[in-house]
Design a protein. Structure first.
Length: 211
């Protein structure tokens, strides 16, 4: 089954608070996967949990803005509950909290992410995918409104200084691929780029073997 984008939510923000809640509606399709970008903390790593429909999501990566600012977190949850449910981002101190979510069908339910990489002070992040026919995701922040560039499709239209992008297409054959954005000063940019595989895990074209 091929990966297909379903929907994305710009969850807004709470400032300050120890938790931030927003609703996201997940597709009823098969082989579902949900990703969440959580952002905040102001000056440290205060996030303690990120849940969807009451179930904790799994951390892919976290990174801090250059100069010791906010943290950005990327989470995933396979087979998320369908329909409208709440994302809840919780911190151990009262801080600025923001976030967004996006979900897909046709995704492999194990081995997430397929690959990942952090980018610091760059507008273009390059990742080497492992499985054929993966999609890539770029979670980015830069203290300014961000705009999609080559290899990127904007999914949330956030004005809070973070953004969710994806490739909107398969990466085939597997290998080096890049995603680009613009907005703000490049030296302050921070990204997490990752790939996720289709439910069949790549190229399963039937082959006839002659004996």
């Amino acid at each position: 089954m091929a990966i297909a984008f379903q929907t994305a939510t710009n969850g807004g923000s709470t400032n300050p608070g120890t938790s931030h809640t927003f609703a996201h509606t997940t597709s009823t399709g098969s082989n579902r996967i949900l990703f969440v970008l959580a952002f905040g903390g102001n000056d440290g790593d205060f996030l303690t949990d990120c849940t969807y429909a009451g179930t904790s999501a799994t951390l892919i990566d976290k990174s801090q803005e250059p100069g010791g600012g906010h943290f950005m977190y990327s989470f995933y949850q396979v087979a998320p509950a369908t329909g409208a449910n709440n994302v809840v981002i919780t911190m151990s101190a009262s801080k600025f909290i923001s976030g967004g979510a996006h979900d897909y069908t046709g995704a492999l339910q194990t081995g997430v992410p397929d690959a990942k990489i952090e980018g610091v002070g760059i507008f273009t992040t390059t990742l080497t995918t492992v499985a054929d026919n993966c999609w890539t995701v770029l979670h980015a922040n830069n203290g300014a409104e961000l705009t999609a560039g080559a290899g990127s499709t904007d999914r949330t239209n956030s004005t809070i200084s973070w953004e969710i992008f994806d490739s909107n297409a398969v990466i085939t054959p597997a290998g080096s691929t890049s995603m680009t954005f613009s907005g703000g000063t490049e030296a302050n940019a921070r990204t997490t780029m990752f790939s996720f595989a289709p439910s069949l895990g790549g190229d399963f074209t039937p082959r006839v073997i002659m004996f």
